[in-house]
Design a protein around this ligand. Sequence first.
Ligand code: S3P
Length: 479
Amino acid sequence: MRPPLRVAGTVTPPGDKSISHRALLLAALADGPSRIRHILPSADVQATAGALRALGVAVPPLSPDFVVEGRGAAALRTPAHPLDCANSGTTARLLAGVLAALPGVEARLEGDASLSRRPMRRVTTPLAEMGAQLWFEGAAGHDGLPLRLRGAPLRPLAFDSPHASAQVKSALLLAGVVAGVEVTVTEPERSRDHTERMLAARGVRVRVEGRTVRLPAGERLRPCDTDVPGDPSSAMFLAALAALATEGELILEGVALNPTRTGGFDLLRRMGADVTVLGERDAGGEPVGTLRVRPGPLRAIDARGADIPRAIDELPMLACLAARAEGTTVIRDAQELRVKESDRIRAVVANLRAVGVDAEELPDGLVVTGGAHPLAGTVVTHGDHRLAMAFGVLAALPGNAIASGGPGWVAVSYPGFWGELGRVTGGTATPLAVAPAPSSASELPVVVEYPLEGPITIRRSRTVVLPSTSASNREESSP
Ligand code: S3P
């Protein structure tokens, strides 16, 4: 029996991160005004906006409704300083494709510690085959950021990608559009197809045949307005909370239901949650709809093959759900998880074990045996927003006592996450005790409380308080 938790309410998840990046980039490359509504104003998307501004594009401050006056790719200029991609792999990889194709422009891409560890060779190898001029500027043998690119005329490319990666595919398509050359990319499994859809909406005759995308030479990009739909990857955390509750339901409005992105909801349904699409419409070439999620008795699943790219960003949450499902869940073919904002296979397994779950690492996935016993312990988020939210959902369940590091990382994709978690549980979610990251062990830990309204409060505490009872939640405030 689960301890009672009621969820209620309607949530409009923030704008889709992938579509937000692409809306900015494509607006910058087109010649004319593109209006962007409901962009995700998160740290990752700010990184793309900042880089475009440094390249000379007039990107206004991100707001719910603004216009980018694009002047075409040829108007982009060598930036006065390195382009800071922060934590954002999409910024770094998509920009690499654009910059490689801009003769006369030279730029250095930099990122934070997590992004700098992530592999860039998957993008630079095919770009170099097109004739791109680029250099890794880190330690010898390091194939991540910092990366310097000097734009050059590019050749056509036919690339058989070893990775099902939308970032790789998109970087090459953008390089092809800007350079005006033919590009064909074949993937082992289809990755998210927002770039293809958004190029088509802008008049580019991109063709998709099975796992192959073909961009003809000499295509022109028209300006186009975008109304960014809600991010299904962000919605997944609240859907999971609703699935784990004991009563009530959540309505998730305006969620992007692109079939290359809805694998997480399908797997949640396969686990036994009641996930229903209440209405679906087309918004600028992307299906968008409302979801209703109700609790259900959860059972283990086996996820692999084509399941994986459609649910890649949802797998940390699904692994946490598996900890509360009956039976043993197996996730395979998910080696891409090792090169996300953290090594999500290693980190999820270590964190599940740290709170008392039977979990095991596989080279390409993980095995999690579910149970109903209370979970207690401290998890490490490694600066990874999706780990912060996945374990934040487990931590919110009554009876669990999970302390976590780095709640602020949610700002990368879902700045309002903690507030929504509090709102939909009527303030009854267990407050999250926040442990300091190992690197800042000398700092006092902080305790975060989910408010019903307004900003979350974070207070320093002399002890990490595991919030099993309200009495043990008293914090000692310190300056
Ligand atoms: C993204 C593609 C995916 C995804 C990332 C966003 C994109 O990465 O994990 O969060 O916007 O293209 P890969 O392309 O590496 O699979």
